[in-house]
Design a protein around this ligand. Structure first.
Ligand SMILES: [Zn+2]
Length: 686
């Protein structure tokens, strides 16, 4: 009968399914001034290419018959960007003085240097929130537009996290699962993950033509499937939309939300022109980008809450113009008029110009910005925009742009990283055969690159927050991590009933009715009956037998009944056999847990009781909600329940009342046990 009885109540919070984006996110305190950001990247568009494209525009663009009817329409005889130059940026990566688009895209999207090839992770492999993800977490609508594949380095650097830009399937899976509102450009043809059907299943309207794009209206969720593998050069466009058309459609789809939007637009193929030392291609792509920039600026000018920033990730090709300035450009086009005339005629000119490389260079690139009045530029750049020699000398680093924009929007990249990427490697196991991470001790698992977890057998949608496996470590959004594991105060008292001082004992029995009126004696004692001392007596009492022969004892008992035996005596004869019920009940406040303090992200959740090993336990639980003055404002009680297996107190899944500053959980345990009966048939009463 004596058995070691232990009870451990372990409570934890699985506050997964019911937390909304905004509740999961702690925003910075400053008032956002800028609601919308349009972040534009002419990939590979260094100053020499910019100046050259400006010269071509100045001369009226391509000659008649060179550009197709569907190529970008030129709307000015200068690069629109020209009026918005505020300075330049350095572009080197953590691993090389010459960056690639992955490291540069990561620097632009997230504000830190990383190794060439890395997407959205730092040199140690840790993923960090991008400005797009930070905006999405804050409830803004988000989109990416490019003239190349949507999972290639530049858009991926805003939306995905992996150690290699070449793991396109991984990047694509993360992007599809992220639930962006707008993805435009090359379709699923060269994606290694996902499909049009998959996009449709996730609520996207698929656009395939220019006409489809024109029909896009405010609030639309669109996925552009505009070419199978890669766009033709802008100058040769037939049915595909121009970058300007895609930008216009993306803005229309994204606008109208009172939280605003973040849009990344890439002119992907300026880079291709540089790599191929193909000036016609580079110039036509740069002009296409410039006209898309105009679309964005025209939109921003109708509002006072929208910023448009354009920044190349790096220079490609290192075009050598005569009389170059410190950034390798030359705004004076008369120095290379012959080459301009040839390019206008569709000839890939080498007249008086040359290329340095078919790769990237570390030349500084331009920073162009349109902002509503009153918005200061990044520190160190010009408050007077324009393509002036002075502005071409001002320098910031490419890592300074994302924090600057985050600040303007009232967002915090670091807080978003804490929210999105908690390193849980030590709290579970990663099975590389199925890409799945499972928490130890919890019924929670998630597949890498997915944004739906399995919690207690049920699917839980994490609202576009994806799990990331990076360089041997696993990261999940904070809202999936059991609270205990992220260091919140969870003082659990181990409850053992024998530690409880007071129990209520009931002893009932029945003898023959002939004994009615006679005294019956109850004795609880330790040790052997022959050597009883006073200290061994736990309880002794007498009662009178009822008319029907029954008797009842009810009393409080101090101590552990397991250390005692119970005997019933009539005169000196044992009548213990007549006992029909002998039980001890204990009731105590077992555990109180601080579940929530102000500024924690806990909203509501579940408590799990497990690891008990006694039978007959029941519990009652309460959640107590306090305001900032520690005043109880709501108390929610559960029913009494029997514990017969791990129990989740899901009946206490309640929302916090208004004004809650602290939540505590209380568990009352109730344990009833049989009292051991003595076997001796004789005892001397003295
Ligand atoms: Zn490149």
């Amino acid at each position: 009968m004596k058995k070691r009885i232990g009870l451990v109540l372990l409570s934890t919070i699985l506050f997964v399914s019911i937390i909304s984006n905004s509740m999961c996110f702690v925003s910075a305190e400053s008032t956002p001034v800028i609601k919308n950001v349009i972040f534009m990247i002419p990939d590979g568009g260094g100053f020499a290419l910019f100046d050259f494209a400006n010269a071509v525009k100045k001369e009226g663009g391509f000659n008649e018959g060179i550009a197709s009817d569907n190529s970008t329409k030129i709307t000015a005889n200068y690069m629109h960007l020209k009026n918005y130059l505020i300075g330049t940026e350095t572009t080197h990566s953590a691993s090389n003085s010459v960056t690639d688009s992955a490291a540069a895209g990561t620097a632009l999207s997230s504000g830190y240097k990383t190794n060439n090839g890395y997407i959205g992770i730092d040199p140690t492999g840790r993923p960090n929130a991008t400005i797009l993800e930070t905006a999405q977490l804050a409830g803004k609508r988000t989109g990416i537009v490019s003239t190349y594949h949507w999972a290639h380095a530049t858009p991926a650097a805003f939306t995905a996290h992996n150690e290699s830009r070449n793991n396109v399937a991984v990047l694509a899976e993360q992007i599809v699962n992220q639930g962006l509102d707008v993805v435009l450009g090359v379709g699923f043809g060269s994606a290694q993950w996902g499909s049009i059907d998959e996009a449709v299943k996730r609520g996207y309207t698929i656009t395939t033509s220019r006409e489809d794009l024109e029909k896009v209206t405010q609030g639309a969720k669109i996925w552009g499937n505009h070419h199978k593998t890669g766009f033709p050069d802008d100058i040769k466009l037939t049915t595909e939309p121009t970058l300007a058309q895609m930008t216009a459609a993306a803005i229309r789809a994204l606008e109208g939300s009172n939280k605003g939007f973040f849009l990344m637009v890439e002119g992907s193929k300026v880079d291709a022109g540089g790599h191929g030392n193909n000036l016609v291609q580079a110039v036509s792509e740069y002009i296409a980008f410039d006209e898309a920039f105009k679309v964005a600026v025209d939109y921003a000018k109708t509002r006072n809450d929208t910023i448009v920033i354009a920044v190349p990730d790096h220079d490609t090709g290192g075009l050598n113009l005569p009389n170059p300035d410190s950034v390798g450009g030359n705004p004076n086009s008369s120095d290379y008029a012959e080459a301009v005339a040839e390019v206008k005629a569709g000839i890939n000119s080498k007249e008086g110009i040359s290329w340095t490389t078919d790769g990237h260079t570390n030349r500084r690139c331009g920073v162009w910005m349109y902002a509503p009045s009153g918005i200061k530029p990044p520190k160190g750049l010009s408050e007077v925009p324009g393509n002036t020699p002075e502005n071409r000398k001002l320098v910031i680093d490419n890592t300074e742009i994302a924090p600057y924009l985050a600040d303007l929007m009232g967002l915090d990249l670091k807080a978003a990283t804490d929210e999105l990427f908690v390193d849980v490697t030590d709290f579970g196991t990663f099975d590389s055969s199925n890409n799945t991470f499972t928490f130890n001790d919890y019924n929670i698992s998630i597949v890498a690159n997915q944004s739906v977890a399995t919690v207690d057998g049920k699917s839980v949608d994490l609202d576009g927050k994806v799990a990331v496996y990076s360089k041997g470590k696993f990261y999940v959004p904070k809202c999936l991590v059991p609270k205990k594991l992220i260091g919140h105060e969870m003082k659990i008292k181990t409850a053992r009933y024998k530690d409880q001082a007071t129990g209520r004992i009931i002893v009932k029995g029945k003898l023959h009715r002939d004994f009615a009126g006679r005294p019956v004696t109850l004795l609880m004692y330790k040790n052997d009956v022959d050597s009883l001392t006073e200290n061994d007596i736990g309880y002794i009492d007498q009662s009178v037998i009822n008319n029907d022969g029954s008797y009842v004892f009810t009393f409080k008992f101090f101590g552990n009944v397991n250390d005692y035996k119970l005997g019933m005596y009539l005169a000196n004869q044992t009548v213990t056999d007549s006992i029909t019920e002998a039980t001890a009940s204990y009731s105590w406040l077992d555990t109180s847990v601080l579940l929530y303090k102000e500024n924690d992200s806990f909203v509501s959740g579940e408590l799990l009781i497990k690891n008990y090993d006694i039978e007959g336990l029941t519990y009652c639980m309460a959640l107590a909600f306090y305001d900032a003055n520690n005043k109880l404002i709501q108390l929610t009680l559960s029913d009494m329940k029997d514990i017969d297996k791990d129990i989740t107190l899901d009946n206490l899944k309640v929302l916090m009342p208004e004004g809650t500053a602290m939540v505590k959980a209380f568990v009352w345990a109730n344990y009833t046990q049989m009292i051991p009966l003595c076997k001796e048939d004789h005892i001397i009463m003295q």
